[in-house]
Write a protein that binds this ligand. Sequence first.
Ligand SMILES: Nc1nc2c(ncn2[C@@H]2O[C@H](COP(=O)(O)OP(=O)(O)OP(=O)(O)O)[C@@H](O)[C@H]2O)c(=O)[nH]1
Ligand SMILES: O=C([O-])CC(=O)C(=O)O
Ligand SMILES: [Mn+2]
Length: 607
Amino acid sequence: MTAVAIPGVDNAPTTHQQLLSWVREVAELTTPDEVVWVDGSDEEWTRLTDRLVETGTLTRLAKKPNSFWAASDPDDVARVEERTFICSVDAADAGPTNNWVDPAEMKATMTELYRGCMRGRTMYVIPFCMGPLSAEKPMLGVEITDSAYVVTSMKIMTRMGTGVLEKFFDAEGNERDFVPALHSVGAPLEPGEQDVPWPCSDTKYISHFPETREIWSYGSGYGGNALLGKKCYSLRIASTIGRDEGWLAEHMLILKLISPEQKVYYVAAAFPSACGKTNLAMLEPTIPGWKVETLGDDIAWMRFGEDGRLYAVNPEAGFFGVAPGTDYHTNPNAMRTIERGNSLFTNVALTDDGDIWWEGMGEPPAHLTSWKKRDWTPDSDEPSSHPNSRYCTPMAQCPILAPEWDDPKGVPISAIFFGGRRATTIPLITESRDWQHGTFMGATLSSETTAAAKGKVGVVRRDPMAMLPFIGYHVGDYFQHWIDTGKRADATKLPKIFYVNWFRRGEDKRFLWPGFGENSRVLKWAVERIEGTAAAQETPIGYVPTADDLDLAELDAAREDIEAALEVDVEEWRAEVPMIEEWFDTIGEKLPTLLREELEVLKQRLG
Ligand SMILES: Nc1nc2c(ncn2[C@@H]2O[C@H](COP(=O)(O)OP(=O)(O)OP(=O)(O)O)[C@@H](O)[C@H]2O)c(=O)[nH]1
Ligand SMILES: O=C([O-])CC(=O)C(=O)O
Ligand SMILES: [Mn+2]
């Protein structure tokens, strides 16, 4: 073995042998100029952000404390699903919804890409924990990255740094396991070469090794591809851990709904990327006396508690939210969260006085610097901000954060919402008949594609449980896992499952339902169904309210629009059936029979 002299590689603040040998191995492969063990301190943040300002990656905002603007490479703006791989030992375990490459082959390919890839750069070692540090079994990870932007983003999005390293040993002093997550932007610097503001590579791989619980990411600096605690760990790897251990890792927000009688309900909701999780999580109810508090806006880990109820924990510590469309009317609590500073804004527009701006934030200023770093005026024919531009901000700053957000026990879920973005067919809300029917609703969830992933926008695709790009194993096994979860529980203690759609449109293409804060009316109906106090119509697709069953007091919307949003159009549903059949056919033998049976029931009910 050749000894390399890489400064910092041996100045480790830990004696964890497994971690030390992995760090040394990666340093020898990627040959950075130095290795830095990230401590997570505020001083470190200042040092890193100063350096990122110097290199042109960040611009300090005059108008928001300790906050920065970044513009990415125009080609590195979203998750790259076609470059995302589940490298299970057996191809069959990845299933029809994932790209698969043999793990040995993928490692061979990527090892060659990683060889020398950190030349001229600093290699950062970030110990992190997904979910509360005080958990009985903390969910540990270490991200190695050559991007300081990733380090600063990870400080916002996760619990990380020296405090986490203490958790790398259990009470007996034994080494705990962690998920090794390797990331490189894939842009080595030759001696004397000037760095670019957003280094990345045309070659991109986002690879997962489910059996060995490893993540290898290369070529992208964008959040969903580079902040490896998020989608890679907390969904793709965690879903396989959950399958093995009997729990669920889901693409869900977690909110706390408080009734005027001070009764508390926790709701988890799965909507595909850019379909309204953050907005619902921070909703400001328009109906008097009701209150919402936030626990999470993107990911929920759900396990059964001792009382037999399903408890949810948010593994993250920050929000990585879609910027366009966010303002004081649609999501005032997100605006208040970012006003407090300590945030990163990527691919939004920069105002001349050092603030940020994006589409949906009211009247545009006369001049902006667009996300492409070009002059922008209201006459420009391109938007000022990329549609998948994001704010990255600490959860702790959210004014309606639920005090129990960091409780390792989690919160008991009363209702699960599945939802998508559909212009037709899917009513505003439908209640499932039982867990199995609810699982069918989730399994057949469909949505129009958005800018959150590279590719065409607005195409209807099946997005089971809003997890299509995030299930770390065979989708058929995943459905079976959902069914089994229901069977393991006392049915009276399971959350009630609902299917919602805020995005149905009228003939004039307008949204029929006003959405945002008005969604509190839908939440209210759901908990009244749980309490058995609200009425509903039994329809072929489940229980649907009439306009009279919803609290529409003071709602500024046309009654016929609400009725149209609630309509169960049997013809549209008959047209939906072949699409569901086609989707089920792609799953093959592993499709649980119970879901086929649900489809038969639906067909019969539609006549
Ligand atoms: N019409 C309508 N639009 C909504 C509603 N809720 C959210 N949106 C819009 O949907 C887009 C995405 O919303 P988010 O809440 O950021 O979506 P998300 O599910 O958290 O997205 P990811 O972070 O990508 O997982 C934004 O442009 C919102 O303005 C709603 O109730 N009605
Ligand atoms: O992962 C990302 O890049 C952002 C996100 O939440 C999603 O796409 O669902
Ligand atoms: Mn998401």
